[in-house]
Write a protein of this length. Sequence first.
Length: 250
Amino acid sequence: MTTKDQKNIVVLGAGVVGLTTALKIQESGKYNVSILAEVLPTDEKTTRYTSHWAGAHHVLNVTEDARQQKMDLATFAVMWELSTPGTETAQYFRRLVQTEYYSDLKLLAPLDRMPGYKVHETEGLPFGAAVGVTFETVTIDTPRYLPYLAERFISAGGVLVRASVQHIDQVIEGGADVFAGAPNPTPPDAVVVCTGLGTRFLGGIEDKNMYPIRGQTVLLRAPWIDFGRTIGDPDYWTYTIPRKSGDVGA
């Protein structure tokens, strides 16, 4: 299949989800993919781009949705492989032992699918905890991982365009060409929206199911912390997420 015969796809958003989505489509070899984003991974930190602020660790969601569980496990398998010691991509991840305590059993996700999973004895639980579990997982050094994804996407032939999209019709009618200054804009064959919270305000979509969650996160320099912790309760949630760089989100 020649480049001319390939379908044109536009992905909106250059966060972790947008970059990963665009990369997977582009590397399939069947499409020409362009990313449109107002903020790019190499920009200074801003509240308009949440991926820079992510902890981030990989744990499974509390859900009975089989499709969501399948995606969670597939994502973990990829990140576990990328974090293999000695590989080029291991620098963006940190493998560690994660311990989680919950005040309510209903808050416990199906973590028995994670490597090294074990349930703590009731007698040894801290005050207020109804259950405690330990398992192996990875944390992601997002400020470094984002540029890696962008570079890999561009190396695969993808196009990254800085653009402030106000209405979805701008993209549907003219694709990335409208924002790249092309003389004859061409409508894309498909548009994938990965704008996170911005989807709530994107004209033509305005998804009110997207809403912010208020929380306080502190980034500390503490390279000696080599374990993950989470304490979950219906009224509060706190965690410790050490990155490969030695920074810790808490």
